[in-house]
Ligand binder design. Sequence first.
Ligand SMILES: Cc1cc2nc3c(=O)[nH]c(=O)nc-3n(C[C@H](O)[C@H](O)[C@H](O)COP(=O)(O)OP(=O)(O)OC[C@H]3O[C@@H](n4cnc5c(N)ncnc54)[C@H](O)[C@@H]3O)c2cc1C
Length: 280
Amino acid sequence: MRTLVIGAGPVGLEAATAAGYEGWPTLVVEAGRVGAGIRTWAANRGWSMWDHWAGPAGRRALGDPPPGRPRGRELIAEWLAPLAARCDVEELTRVIAIGLAGTGFQVVLETADGERRFEPFDQVFDAAGPGSWTPVGPGGVPVPSENRAASAGRLRYGPVDPEDLPPGEILVLGDHPAAAVLLAEIAAVRVVHWCGTNWPTHLDPLPVYRHGPIERFGRSSEGLVVFAGGERFHVAQAVACTGQQRDLSWIRSLPWSCRTPDERLEIAHPHYHLLGARSR
Ligand SMILES: Cc1cc2nc3c(=O)[nH]c(=O)nc-3n(C[C@H](O)[C@H](O)[C@H](O)COP(=O)(O)OP(=O)(O)OC[C@H]3O[C@@H](n4cnc5c(N)ncnc54)[C@H](O)[C@@H]3O)c2cc1C
């Protein structure tokens, strides 16, 4: 059973390790480096304990994980890198298209220098993760002046290392659990504002200025003017963790569907498996 795993994140490496125990020849392709999704929050401490990250195959390979709640970089160094070392992982190679071929698949892979090749696989474990961060408006649509704020570097998408923030007040946008992680870390060192619809109540004790949903951005000589919940205030930098959008490009040619109301993706093929954050 020649097996392809898409993505060398926690879910893909667990799947590849399990496939190895089944005796299936398995290739993991990773668009970036091992743990590329986790690298985006290397400096931050996640909300889950170590136990959450360790699947049965990973434990069989590496033993039980340590206690505590890891930062992204600890997760990579102590779990993902050792698992990857036991698998056949091709970094800097991405899946760009997949077609049906007999009972299996014909997969188009592209390396970072633009070289393409076709490879047949009998089954695919698609663990390509939750995708890219979306604009901050409702339904992932940009609010007025959002693109200008982003291109001026005043609005960043996704997690940040608190040490990389410019001096001044900071705005964290969004209801994604990553927003709560950032608020907890930034409030310890900075004046911080939050805009969103669902305040994470476990952060009630933190000194955070809370506002309603974002309406638009405006220009300011010191940074950004923010209009939210009928209020107007200035910040030096905004960080958006509103939502993420899956990349559906390479499954377009497969018979896929998106089941509401939980938006779970499904592929109508017995050997194509959507795993982890990729399926939700
Ligand atoms: C600050 C922060 C804290 C977090 N803390 C937690 C936490 O405590 N607990 C938790 O469950 N989640 C946490 N998350 C979310 C966490 O990052 C995801 O749950 C986790 O990464 C999902 O694992 P995954 O293997 O499904 O996807 P990913 O880790 O995103 O891995 C997917 C991989 O697929 C690769 N890839 C994508 N497209 C392709 C392609 N076409 N070809 C080849 N490779 C591709 C990507 O480069 C990536 O490396 C946190 C997120 C943030 C931002």
